[in-house]
Design a protein around this ligand. Structure first.
Ligand code: ADP
Ligand code: MG
Length: 153
């Protein structure tokens, strides 16, 4: 599980990071975004979705209450927020496997169903660092190499 770690000084840098990440992902990828409330999980998810949509103004509502929002883009995206699920089995009903069959899944609060996520998932941990954030990425090869190629470290 290779680690990539990067400091992102402000929201603009975080958005560029999400846009870069969009160049690395491919159908079947599961991205787990962990970090406290306000860490920047949704900021990265929104930037990535808008980049895949090639539409910087695309509405990307928080899936806090709906638990999942899907986007029918050139690569279909399913954006999950598992904070409110009561049992990991709900993931299946929410359509995780279906999402991964032809597109990518972005998952906020993955720790609510860690054992039910694909073992080759790309894990992003976001922490406060000074006024900015540190994002640490762990992914098995070849996924890590794919990401390293687009992220300037
Ligand atoms: P989460 O989904 O993890 O709860 P959000 O993305 O909704 O977090 O909110 C993150 C907050 O932190 C936003 O106010 C955003 O402007 C800010 N932010 C995002 N990335 C950074 C960064 N790299 N440095 C400083 N502030 C950031
Ligand atoms: Mg969020």
């Amino acid at each position: 599980n290779d680690l990539i770690s990067i400091h992102l000084a402000d929201e603009a840098a975080m958005i560029r990071f999400g846009e870069d990440l969009a160049l690395a992902v491919k159908p079947g990828d599961c991205l787990a975004l962990s970090g406290d409330l306000g860490a920047g999980k949704s900021t990265i998810a929104r930037a990535l979705i808008r980049a895949i949509a090639d539409d910087g103004d695309l509405e990307v509502p928080s899936p806090t209450f709906t638990l999942v929002q899907t986007y029918d883009l050139k690569i279909p995206v399913a954006h999950f927020d598992l904070y409110r699920i009561s049992d990991p089995s709900e993931l299946e009903e929410l359509g995780l496997d279906e999402a991964l069959s032809n597109g990518i899944a972005l998952i906020e609060w993955p720790q609510m169903a860690e054992d039910d996520l694909p073992s080759d998932r790309i894990r992003l941990r976001i922490e406060h660092e000074g006024d900015g954030r540190r994002v640490t990425i762990a992914a098995p090869e070849p996924n890590a190499a794919r990401i390293r190629r687009v992220i300037a470290i």
